[in-house]
Ligand binder design. Structure first.
Ligand code: NAD
Length: 252
């Protein structure tokens, strides 16, 4: 097995040849900021499966469960600050080497780290806004949470009457078409695809590195646990993103 030093050197060599890097980030990049991921051993989903979109729409008890679990997660997200891995990706953009970040995260930490909002594609939405599940109109999550905390049951959209929830994507809910189209284009057109902190088990995000591979784009995976694409990647580093990314970006 290669040493971390050797892996870092291999990754740096690939990155030095790139000018249009696209990063795909998942929950793993934010664990060092205190937000747990959903798939690591001992994670929250193993204790309580997530509410699906269909259940949220059709079952009052699922909506109650959704708001309960959101309360815990949103406290962690509100307290979180960007960590060394987020900051390294912001530095990569300042070095004019980063084309875009496609993120599965809804925590807004790439924005806080200083990446340009126009270069951040939030595939699974954001927990910093509320959205109608029917017409998609966005509104204030703070106000919505206050209404829920005050005991209101099922606040509806003033425009169409659809159920309101945070502007994040639940299982079974469609990923926004515009974001997905742009993400697919970026994966095909970049000159290096970098996966950070994603199990690559959630589609359609997990299909993006496959698009890159199909277009002969080099692939680097930085993830604590193995992913289904490890054997296809040019470099795989099973280490914390906050340990790997800062020296890697500093070497460019
Ligand atoms: P995941 O939970 O499927 O996988 C996370 C991966 O990150 C794991 O394979 C784990 O080994 C790895 N990991 C954990 N800590 C790491 C670290 N410090 N450095 C490197 N790797 C690390 O995450 P996912 O693939 O993003 O999918 C879960 C879904 O849940 C996402 O789609 C996302 O929408 C949502 N989610 C978001 C947040 C957030 O916004 N911070 C948090 C939890 C879940």
């Amino acid at each position: 097995m290669l040493s971390l030093e050797q892996q870092l050197q291999d990754a740096a060599e690939l990155m030095q040849r790139a000018k249009r890097i696209v990063a795909l980030t998942g929950a793993g990049i934010s664990t060092e900021s205190g937000i747990p991921d959903f798939r690591s051993p001992g994670s929250i989903w193993l204790q309580q499966p997530p509410v699906s979109f269909h259940d949220f729409i059709s079952k009052p008890e699922a909506r109650q469960r959704y708001w309960q679990s959101r309360r815990n997660l949103s406290a962690q997200v509100t307290a979180a600050q960007p960590n060394a891995a987020h900051l390294a990706l912001a530095e990569l953009e300042r070095k004019q080497l980063l084309q875009a970040i496609i993120t599965q995260n809804f925590d807004g930490l790439h924005h806080d780290a200083g990446n340009n909002a126009e270069r951040i594609i939030e595939l699974h939405g954001t927990s910093r806004a509320a959205a109608c599940t029917l017409c998609g109109k966005r509104s204030s999550i703070k106000e919505l949470q206050q209404r829920i905390d005050a005991g209101e049951i099922d606040p509806g959209c003033p425009d169409c009457g659809g159920f309101l929830k945070s502007a994040t994507i639940l299982f079974g809910q469609r990923v926004p078409e515009a974001e997905l189209t742009r993400a697919r284009e970026l994966a095909a057109e970049c000159d290096l695809f970098l996966v950070v902190g994603s199990s690559l088990k959630v589609t359609p995000a997990a299909t993006l590195p496959r698009i890159a591979l199909k277009n002969n784009v080099p692939l680097i995976i930085i993830n604590l646990q193995p992913t289904p694409l490890d054997d296809y990647a040019d470099v795989v580093i099973h280490e914390k993103a906050g340990v790997v990314l800062p020296p890697l970006v500093a070497s460019l």
